[in-house]
Design a protein around this ligand. Structure first.
Ligand code: NAD
Length: 299
């Protein structure tokens, strides 16, 4: 039997509708949420991400502030910019696009962002709040995965969940979120012994590794829900010489025959990240103004 395809693009569209509706409500109170994005240097993928974030922010009716700084910007100047944005009441969310040039300490920069404006959820206080079950700003990609899981499965309590990957951006916060939902969570990583056996017992598998199609269908427990975070570019000679295509960390064609539900790549987790960034900005704005938060867009 073929799995239910979890259409991340459609789900992200629904999240964005809710964000846009809430922005309209805030506007009736004379409040417009604002997201500031800072880009240092000219990394081409980062330029595309920043442009897309700006477009999506404006489409949702929010104010978008973009700051581009040269690659040789001294760390002190970037920290001063972050502090200026911390103090600006029109700015509810601050995102410093990563990676930063090598001479800048990214941890120092992230931990200089006011935690309540840290819409990426990377500040040490937000990481600690999430880990201790306190109200936090949560990293956008894992937040999107959790909202999608809740939407599909409802109550996650008691489910066996395996997160493959232990990065600070995806794996660890994802595991914390699932623990917060009362799942029994295993975090697997590059040193895990017998990964196949670990994955086989999971009702929920979240793969966030960055290795093309490394999880085959015969590792998946029949009926499990599979969230594939991986984005890997591989050669696609069938499309022509030098062409590539994007695949996930899960071997989709075999997994779709076993899983109960699965996210495709592309079109699964990918679109959720920007939607959750905007959701976090609205949440931050509501918290800053002591107004009710939109339901179902935060944890
Ligand atoms: P990362 O490189 O920081 O972490 C990868 C993790 O995978 C590590 O913790 C490592 O221990 C683990 N790992 C490596 N080899 C392994 C193996 N053989 N078996 C088990 N675990 C192994 O990567 P990341 O930033 O967490 O990103 C992971 C993937 O998710 C990448 O493909 C990235 O492009 C993608 N990603 C997608 C989105 C999105 O969809 N919006 C956002 C962030 C990351």
């Amino acid at each position: 039997m073929s799995a239910t395809i979890l259409n991340g693009k459609a789900f992200a569209g629904r999240l964005l509708e809710r964000v846009t509706e809430h922005v309209a409500v805030l506007k009736t109170e004379g409040i417009v949420p604002g997201l500031a994005v800072v880009l240092v240097g000219e990394d081409p993928p980062s330029q595309i991400y920043v442009r897309n974030k700006g477009i999506a922010t404006k489409e949702a009716g929010m104010n978008s502030y973009e700051f581009r700084m040269p690659a040789d910007t001294p760390e002190a100047d970037l920290l001063a910019k972050v502090k200026e944005l911390n103090a600006d009441p029109a700015v509810n969310g601050i995102l410093v696009q990563l990676p930063l040039p090598g001479h800048i300490d990214d941890k120092k920069v992230i931990n200089t962002i006011a935690p309540e404006k840290d819409v990426d959820g990377f500040h040490i206080l937000n990481v600690g709040r999430l880990a201790t079950g306190q109200r936090a700003m949560v990293s956008c990609t894992p937040l999107g995965c959790l909202l999608l899981l809740r939407d599909h499965l409802g109550d996650l309590s008691g489910k066996d969940a395996v997160v493959i990957g232990r990065s600070n951006i995806v794996g660890k916060p994802m595991a914390q979120l699932l623990l917060g939902e009362s799942c029994t969570v295993t975090i697997a990583h590059s040193r895990t012994k017998d990964l196949a056996e670990v994955v086989r017992r999971a009702d929920i598998v979240v793969a966030a590794v960055g290795r093309p199609q490394m999880v085959p269908g015969d590792w998946i427990k029949p009926g499990a829900t599979v969230i594939d975070v991986g984005i890997n570019r591989v050669p696609a000679p069938e499309k022509g010489e030098g062409k590539t295509r994007v695949v996930g960390d899960v071997d989709y064609d075999s997994a779709v025959e076993v899983a109960g539900a699965i996210t495709p790549v592309p079109g699964g987790v990918g679109p959720l990240t920007i939607a959750c960034l905007l959701a976090n900005t609205v949440t931050a704005c509501c918290r800053a103004n002591d107004l009710p938060e939109p339901e179902g867009l935060s944890v």
